[in-house]
Structures are given as C-alpha cells and as structure tokens.
Write a protein that binds this ligand. Structure first.
Ligand SMILES: *[C@@H]1O[C@H](CO)[C@@H](O)[C@H](O)[C@H]1NC(C)=O
Ligand SMILES: *[C@@H]1O[C@H](CO)[C@@H](O)[C@H](O)[C@H]1NC(C)=O
Ligand SMILES: *[C@@H]1O[C@H](CO)[C@@H](O)[C@H](O)[C@H]1NC(C)=O
Ligand SMILES: *[C@@H]1O[C@H](CO)[C@@H](O)[C@H](O)[C@H]1NC(C)=O
Ligand SMILES: *[C@@H]1O[C@H](CO)[C@@H](O)[C@H](O)[C@H]1NC(C)=O
Length: 496
C-alpha cells in the first residue's frame, strides 16, 4: 500500500502525463514564448557619439616617414568613446574565442582604379599654406623635392593599402626633415583612406622643431603649396563570407534586429565584418547576420565611419536614415552574412498552411532508429517555431517511443576547406514542462563528432558551436527522448 504522499505524487504524474498532447497531435507547448520585439537602430546614440569623436589627423611633424599603417581601430563602441583594435573588441565580446579571419590583402579598396585627379591646389609658393587635418590618416612619406613631385606622391599612394587620397606640401623648419632623416627632403606626401577638401586644410604648422641656440628666436615650422589628389574609380571589395545587399547610397538602415554600432577610424568593410563576426549573440535574435557601414559627414567634413550590426538581414528598403542636423549619411552599404546551411529555418517545408509535419522534405532528412519512425520530424506550425512557421522536432512526434532522432541537411555543406565556421541555432526543450523536459538532450554533430549541444529544460535558447570545415561537411542534430522533446529552428552556419 503506497503512502498517501506517494499516491498523491503518482496521481499528479498521471494527470500531468495525460495532459500532454504530443506535437504530432498538434499539442500546445507547455508555455507559449513571449512575443519578441526586435530593437531598431538607435540613431540618436550614433549622432551623439559622432559629435564626440575626433578622428581628424595631420601627418605629424615629429614622426619619421614611411611608418607602417596601423590596423583599423575602433573609436567608439555602442556609444562609449574608446581607442581599441578590432581584435580586442571581438575577443572581449565572444561567447567562445574565435580566431579572427585572415585579413585579405585586397583590403578596403580593390586595385581597379583610373588614376588621380586634383581635388585642390596649393597656395602660391611664397605664401604660408596648411596641410590636411582629416579622418582616415594612414601614413606619410617624403618625395624628392627637386621639383613639386606629384607623380612620386600619387605613385606611392597606390602602394599603401587603403590609400585613396594624398596631400602634398612643403614643411619648412622641421629639424628632422632637414637634418635627421636620410631622405633629406621637406616635400611631404600624406596618405589618407578618404578624400579630403581644401576646407580641411587646418594644420598650419607653428611647431618648434629646431633646437634652441643661445637666446636666438627658434623658427617655427610652416607649410607651403599644399595640394590634394584623389584616386578615381576605386572599388570597395566585399568581405569574405558576405554578400553586398545594397549601396553605396545616402541612406543608413533604420532596421529591426539592431545589435549596436561601432565607429571605425576608416571606411574598412573587412573591419566591420570582423566586428559582426565577433559580436556576442543576441539572446532572442542570435548572431550578427548583417552590417551597414556608412560615412558620417558633419558640416560637410568626413567625421567617422559607422558600422551598425543586426541579427536580421536588412535591405535598401529600410536604408532611409539620411542624417540628422548637420550630420549627413554618405557611402552607405549593406552586407549580409552568408550561411552555408540551406533552409536552416525550415521555412522550405510548406505542405500545408496551418498544421502538418513530415519525416523528410527537399532540404532536410529525418532519421529514426529502425524500426521506429517519427523520431525526427519537420513541422509547419507557427506556435512551434522560433520564427516563421517551420521548425524541426527531435523525439517521437506521437510519443510512441523514447528513442533519439537525427535531422540532417539533404546535401553535405559546401564550405571552404580549412576555414573556421560557427554553427548557430535556437533550441527549445520546453514543450512538456520542466519536469518532463529535464532529461532533454541534443548533440550537434559535425562529420560524426560532437561539437556542441544542449541539455535540460529551456525555452528557445541560442546555441552555437565552432567547427573547422573540410570542404564538404556533414552536419546533424541528434537527440530527443519523448516526452523530453526538443524543437530546433533558425540554424545558420557562418564563417567565423
Ligand atoms: C503576440 O503578437 C501577436 C501578433 O502581433 C498577437 O496576436 C498576440 O496577442 C501577441 N501575444 C502576446 C503574448 O503579446
Ligand atoms: C590609440 O592607441 C594607440 C595605441 O595605444 C595610440 O598609438 C594612438 O595614438 C591612440 N589614438 C588616439 C586617438 O588616442
Ligand atoms: C629639400 O629638402 C631639404 C631637407 O628639408 C632642404 O634642406 C632643401 O632646402 C629642400 N630643397 C628644396 C629645393 O626645397
Ligand atoms: C641675448 O640677448 C641679449 C639682448 O636681448 C643680447 O645682449 C645678448 O648678446 C644675447 N646673447 C646671445 C648669446 O646671443
Ligand atoms: C557585446 O554584445 C552584446 C550583445 O550584442 C552587446 O549588448 C554589448 O554592448 C556588446 N559589448 C561590446 C563591448 O561589444
């Protein structure tokens, strides 16, 4: 004779077990997930930060020529002004350490180009002039000053990664140029990653470079004949792992799925892609899937380069933020991250328009251990999905057995051999409630090896696993043990 408390527990168990209508009979989940509201672009934070950063620079009077171009840096992140590298930002905000993708030396601008054109002239030789103090300063060199050597300067620019503009000028009374550096030339050629105008001639020199001798007045540096030359017809390359969605236009995205923004010290699409790849996942939306890069021009002057990140792919239809106040949006481009997993959201299963399911369809295959069936199924039913109407289910759809099922894409994934990827999904083991789902478990398998997974009760949760590709890769998800079911949705396989 069981004790009264055990009897109660038994009754409770029977009641709860009886209450579960399995997914195959269109049962409703234990608890329907909250409606997700997708945040949209925080334009006011971007404008506010744009008014705080100072990214303008002239070629310094006290640095040697031909210093290596420093890597692109981040000058603000989510509204906080900073000065840090892309690698540091990405590493600090990853759920696991990702190796940064190799920088391609095609870089920000392709080699296709059609020569330089003059943007502005220098003042006549006798007059004091000023050099550019502008964004995206890269490095400088000195060219032979026997003549006003424009060609040597523009030729050199084509050898500097990212250079699209040079400012050529004489700098007088610079002790280092006159006596120390081996080139013995005062004709400076400063390289920039953006085109600047005469209005940005703001560096008049005025520095004390010569040593003090007795009580003689030390002559101060000054600048003459400062002209500007811009590279025509350069092409912005698409970052590895991305597709160009739109641009360049004068509109920045005002789109849902916004994850935050960074300012870059130059218009570097690769750097923005790396920030997107390294961005920590949004708990509701998942990993970064899209970025919008654009140049902020304030009062007619290039000021910063915005990299906005989104977990939903946007397009030109929402690129409608043209600026605010004195800030104008220019050179706006959108790039979507490519997933090598076709139909990772199971939206391709459309055999009905209300409720239906299957063990396989064109994009996915469900496998049950023989002789069982329906241990791995694909549903059309919005209440089961993380987004849209499709999702996959592991565990017997009719609660006939407690065997684990396997789902896998119909074709091996076409990847770049040797490259790092990340598998991202949302998984929910919540259908039959915390007690029944306590033993839920799913393994993410990559070429037969477990690379990640989930266990225990949870509503739709973001799950990711790092992998290395072989060129043709077998991905599968194995698990479920009815009534400890797991739903899977919104899977991506991105280059990391
Ligand atoms: C969620 O959104 C749908 C459609 O907008 C609405 O019908 C439903 O009432 C919302 N549910 C909750 C819990 O807010
Ligand atoms: C940013 O940091 C680097 C390295 O520490 C430094 O060389 C550079 O001058 C800094 N830039 C600004 C604008 O503070
Ligand atoms: C060239 O530069 C050197 C070093 O600054 C300077 O001494 C010399 O006067 C310059 N020559 C001309 C022609 O400007
Ligand atoms: C320094 O200046 C004073 C007057 O201003 C002058 O008499 C003196 O000769 C100067 N000394 C040197 C070393 O030039
Ligand atoms: C890290 O990522 C989260 C989620 O996207 C974001 O809220 C946070 O601001 C990020 N922090 C940094 C330093 O990037």
């Amino acid at each position: 004779m069981p004790s009264p408390s055990r009897l109660l527990a038994l009754v409770a168990l029977l009641v709860s077990a009886n209450a579960i209508i399995p997914p195959g009979h269109q049962g409703l989940p234990h608890q329907t997930p909250d409606n997700i509201t997708h945040p949209t672009t925080d334009n006011s934070a971007i404008v506010q930060a744009a008014n705080q950063v100072d990214q303008k620079q002239a070629a310094p009077a006290d640095a040697p020529p031909n210093v290596d171009v420093p890597p692109t840096s981040v000058t603000a992140i989510d509204g906080t002004i900073t000065n840090t590298t892309i690698a540091d930002v990405s590493a600090s905000n990853s759920t696991f350490r990702r190796e940064l993708g190799r920088r391609r030396n095609i870089g920000r601008f392709g080699k296709r180009q059609s020569g330089f054109e003059k943007v502005f002239d220098g003042l006549p030789a006798g007059q004091h002039d000023a050099s550019i103090e502008g964004t995206a300063y890269l490095t400088y060199t000195v060219v032979n000053n026997a003549t006003y050597n424009v060609k040597a300067c523009t030729d050199w620019c084509t050898t500097v990664k990212g250079c699209v503009f040079v400012n050529l000028y004489y700098e007088f009374n610079n002790q280092l140029l006159d006596f120390v550096f081996s080139e013995k030339s005062n004709l400076k050629c400063a390289a920039y990653g953006d085109v600047h105008a005469a209005a940005e001639k703001l560096n008049f020199g005025g520095q004390q470079s010569y040593d003090q001798v007795g009580n003689e007045t030390v002559p101060l540096t000054y600048i003459t004949q400062s002209s500007g030359w811009a590279l025509q017809g350069y092409v912005t390359d698409t970052p590895d792992g991305y597709d160009l969605v739109f641009g360049p236009t004068g509109g920045a995205n005002n789109a849902p799925g916004y994850m935050g923004f960074a300012f870059l010290d130059q218009y570097d699409v690769d750097a923005c892609a790396q920030l997107c790849n390294g961005r920590g996942a949004d708990p509701n939306g998942g990993g970064c899937a899209y970025f919008n890069i654009w140049r902020a021009v304030v009062d007619g002057v290039p000021t910063t380069y915005t990299c906005s990140m989104y977990y939903l792919v946007a397009d030109e239809s929402t690129a409608v933020n043209y600026g605010q106040g004195s800030l104008v949006v220019t050179l706006s481009r959108g790039y979507a991250r490519k997933t090598v997993l076709p139909d990772g959201g199971f939206e391709g299963y459309t055999a009905c328009d209300d409720f239906c399911f299957t063990t396989s369809y064109s994009n996915w295959i469900g496998v049950s251990p023989a002789p069982a069936d329906f241990d791995a199924t694909f549903f059309f039913f919005p209440p089961y999905a993380h987004s849209g109407h499709g999702s996959a289910l592991l565990g017997s759809a009719f609660d006939d057995d407690s065997l684990a099922g396997t789902i896998k894409p119909a074709q091996p994934l076409k990847t770049d051999a040797g490259a790092a990827y990340v598998v991202q999904c949302f998984m929910s083991s919540a259908f039959s409630g915390p007690a029944e789902e306590a033993s839920a478990k799913v393994d993410i398998m990559w070429n037969g090896e477990r690379v990640g997974g989930v266990s225990g009760f949870s509503e739709y949760t973001f799950v990711e696993a790092p992998v290395v590709a072989t060129g043709s890769d077998l991905l599968s998800f194995v698990g479920g043990s009815a009534p400890a079911w797991t739903f899977i949705d919104d899977c991506k396989v991105y280059k990391a």
